[in-house]
Design a protein around this ligand. Structure first.
Ligand code: 13P
Ligand code: SF4
Length: 330
């Protein structure tokens, strides 16, 4: 292995290399995938060209299920760090790659292990449910992991008289509390900067312009945005809702990457990205997700770096809570 490349990854978190503009990246990625028996798993928030080279595109739940099942030798996770880490925890014998180690998550960062451990200790006797958007250390402190697709199911799997600690997303937590009617839930005060940024005022302006449009909202959004929704759901649920619904225009309040699959699946319908508070932008992009480019996917497959490593003791502690989630969602 090229030491310069290793050093580059240690320093920058990704590989910087000039590549010949004549190279067809899509063809090269496909060749490398075959040669190395690699699978590319991509989240819906990836840029369209990365989604299009993936073997599977999905939401956090579907991607964890794929990562646990694949028989490929290598997984390239086109997503953020906690997604690659979850894949490595589930498939420790496989090489798991992520194109840029700087692809973090503001929500995962809003829950520090020492603070979360102290919160759990201060509230004994609770079942701890954590959103998959957390580090391995948080998963190791957790009883059951959940995603936005199965949070209701996971919460409902806990006996009614057993109190719950839910972290780290306060908007998802409050939404789940409202849907399940569960009062005995303590909710961690974390949030995703992308979903918290949507502007109700600007969504209502769009509704005036497109009165027939349905508003689709991710549960990580704030309550006023959820109240303006015709449908609240995870990215996969939003996509599926639009497929079976009769409207022809939708205002979509989640990261704008999802619009690519919506437009591909329903070219006859009109999908409008809900705008954020910042009036300079028309859609809300996750800066972390958007660090993953086609060029980085290519270089990552070529050099098999950056690689995700999880220390075995921690991996085992974190695995139990993810496996419980997968069992509940079978
Ligand atoms: P889902 O994939 O569960 O919809 O979550 C969205 C998200 O914020 C991922 O980072
Ligand atoms: Fe994290 Fe939000 Fe980006 Fe998802 S969209 S990776 S929750 S910062």
């Amino acid at each position: 292995m090229n030491n310069k490349i290793k050093q580059e990854v240690l320093t920058n978190g990704f590989i910087r290399e000039q590549i010949d503009p004549a190279i067809n990246l899509v063809e090269e990625i496909s060749r490398l995938k075959r040669e190395k028996n690699a699978v590319i798993l991509a989240h819906y928030y990836m840029v369209p060209e990365v989604q299009d080279v993936a073997d599977f595109v999905g939401d956090s739940l579907a991607l964890s299920q794929k990562a646990a099942q694949t028989d490929a030798a290598m997984i390239l996770f086109a997503g953020v760090h906690f997604m690659g880490e979850t894949a490595k925890i589930l498939s420790p014998d496989k090489k798991v790659l992520i194109p840029d180690l700087n692809a973090g998550c503001s929500l995962a960062d809003s829950c520090k292990p020492a603070d979360f451990a102290a919160f759990i200790e201060a509230n004994p006797g609770h079942t701890v449910i954590s959103y998959v958007n957390t580090s391995a250390r948080i998963k190791a402190l957790t009883d059951i992991v959940c995603t936005s697709s199965n949070a209701v199911q996971v919460v409902n799997s806990v006996p009614l008289d057993r109190p719950i600690i839910f972290g780290p997303d306060r908007n998802l937590g409050n939404y789940i509390r409202q849907v399940t009617g569960r009062e005995n839930m303590l909710i961690w005060d974390g949030a995703c900067h992308v979903h918290e940024e949507f502007s109700l005022e600007r969504i209502l302006e769009l509704k005036k312009e497109y009165p027939q449009a349905r508003v689709l909202v991710h549960p990580e959004c704030k309550k006023p945005i959820q109240l303006a929704a015709d449908y609240v759901g995870s990215t996969a649920e939003i996509l599926n809702f639009a497929k079976t619904d009769t409207a022809d225009t939708y205002i979509v309040a989640t990261e704008s990457g999802i619009l690519h699959q919506m437009r591909k699946a329903m070219p006859q319908k009109n999908f409008i990205a809900a705008p954020p508070l910042n009036s300079m932008c028309d859609c809300n992009d996750c800066a972390f997700m958007k660090l993953i480019s086609l060029k980085k996917v290519y270089l990552t497959l070529k050099y098999e770096l950056p690689e995700i490593e999880v220390e075995e003791e921690l991996r085992k502690q974190a695995e139990t809570s993810i496996l419980r989630m997968l069992e509940i969602s079978r």
